[in-house]
Design a protein around this ligand. Structure first.
Ligand code: ZN
Length: 472
């Protein structure tokens, strides 16, 4: 399968050719751990989770590194406001992040470097940049000399004037040029710091990713990912640092960026009152993590994505349809390989998850027709499968494709019962009581219990002497 990705560096869709086809290397910027992950933080995690699952299907070995930024001025500010020690804030927030991303079925990356464990590499990179004439030390700071790198701006496509206008440029006495950015800065007694040739200090955010990615993946690797908002200045600066420190051309050959996430059509912000954390979504029920993942994948990753409660509920209904199909008894069957490849094919075309999902729906229809009858004429007309498959065949194909998308990981029976909830035991007891009434031919009592369950939103299905239930 030949993969293609839109490359921010070339501004076009490029065929993907790994540096080493036996070992694909991917780096994605991870969270700064000072607060719960918000919806915008989840989007790159899920997008690059699908990308890494796809790479693993195509290539024999993949190393996916995603960092934890655990030294940053936002963390320091949070500690000052709350009085909580920095180490406690970063440990708790990292654990929360792991739990939330696991609830979205995002697999952990292969390597998850923490910035505080790579300080010697950051200091070493600053020293190399100084010795090569790309950086200078001034008043306890180390700054990157933007004028020393003529390609600066090539990733974001900005001219030097636009770069100055776009950056929050501080005019500071230690800067030789207004566009120069900080690699290392001094720390006072209250701020975390490490000894360095320039005194006690701490790294700037950009140098953290350059040093960690180089240490783990090498000076040049295949794919660098992150949100679109990171292109400038973060990725532009990473690229400049890494290329100048190593005398290389590109740092990463493919720069892949996801679009922004809106809430009810507006940019999410605390002042607008539409700020939502992943945890807010997960609190809606056991179904919410998967529904939110589907919501993230049904829009192409480069487009702006609009979150709303209505959209989340649509995704739940969509998953209900898939789980209804999966809950039905079907013979064990091998996945139809042609169907699997057909549904996965769009992912190779710049991760076209909306089209892959549309094809997954068609496979679901084929399975339903194979099992319970009905018309597949529309599906036959638009797919290369103008026949009704053996029962179980399309179902197995759906599950195989869903693994790459990271969907349909719940037990179908539990899904239909709304997850393990507090009243499940009560419902099971009522069903047992109804069953006993039926055995005793006490039809009035059996109907009364059924009515009670219906009022609770529980739908009973009696098939072959067995009663199953789901929430209607
Ligand atoms: Zn980064």
């Amino acid at each position: 399968m030949q993969l293609h990705f839109h490359n921010s560096l070339t501004r076009r869709k490029d065929a993907f050719t790994p540096i080493d086809p036996d070992h694909v290397r991917l780096y994605v910027c991870g969270p700064t751990v000072y607060d719960l992950a918000h919806l915008g933080n989840a989007r790159p995690v899920v997008v690059f989770d699908v990308l890494s699952r796809l790479l693993r299907r195509v290539y024999p070995r993949v190393t996916y590194a995603r960092n934890i930024t655990d030294v940053d001025d936002k963390i320091n500010a949070r500690a000052r406001e709350s009085g909580e020690p920095i180490g406690a804030i970063t440990a708790r927030t990292t654990a929360d992040f792991h739990a939330d991303m696991a609830a979205l079925n995002a697999l952990p990356p292969d390597v998850e470097p923490r910035a505080t464990q790579y300080i010697p590499q950051m200091v070493g990179m600053c020293q190399r940049l100084i010795s090569r004439g790309h950086a200078y030390a001034e008043q306890g700071h180390v700054l990157f000399s933007v004028g020393s790198f003529p390609e600066y701006g090539s990733l974001s496509g900005r001219s030097p004037d636009e770069l100055l206008a776009g950056a929050r440029v501080e005019v500071a006495p230690y800067k030789h040029d207004a566009g120069d950015f900080v690699l290392w800065k001094p720390s006072d007694a209250e701020t975390p710091g490490w000894d360095s040739p320039w005194g006690r200090g701490r790294p700037g955010w950009h140098i953290e990713c350059s040093a960690m990615s180089e240490d783990i993946l090498g000076p040049e690797f295949d794919i660098h990912g992150g949100g679109h908002d990171l292109i400038f200045p973060h990725h532009e600066n990473e690229l400049a640092q890494s290329c100048c420190a190593n005398n290389t051309k590109r740092m990463a050959n493919y720069w892949v960026h996801n679009g922004m996430l809106l809430v009810d059509g507006e940019k999410m912000s605390k002042s607008l009152g539409n700020f939502l954390t992943v945890r807010d979504i997960l609190g809606r029920g056991a179904w919410a993590g998967e529904a939110f993942r589907l919501l993230l994948l049904r829009t192409h990753y480069r487009s702006a994505l609009d979150y709303s409660v209505a959209a989340l509920e649509e995704c739940k209904a969509e998953l209900d349809d898939f789980y209804a199909m999966l809950a039905r008894q079907a013979p064990e069957a091998r996945p139809h390989l042609g169907m699997v490849n057909w549904a996965l094919e769009p992912l190779g075309d710049d991760l076209n998850t909306p089209l892959a999902l549309a094809r997954l729906r068609d496979l679901r229809t084929l399975e339903n027709v194979a099992n319970v009858g009905g018309s597949a004429a529309a599906v036959h007309a638009r797919t290369p499968f103008p026949w009704v498959p053996e029962p179980g065949e399309a179902r197995a194909a759906v599950l195989e494709v869903a693994k790459v998308l990271g969907l349909l990981w719940h037990d179908p029976a539990e899904w239909r019962q709304g997850g393990s909830s507090d009243d499940a035991a009560q419902i099971e007891a009522a069903i047992a009581a109804r069953q006993a009434a039926r055995v005793a031919k006490n039809w009035a009592e059996a109907d009364r219990i059924r009515g009670e369950l219906t009022a609770m939103g529980v739908v009973l299905e009696d098939t072959g002497g067995v009663t199953t239930w789901r929430r209607g």
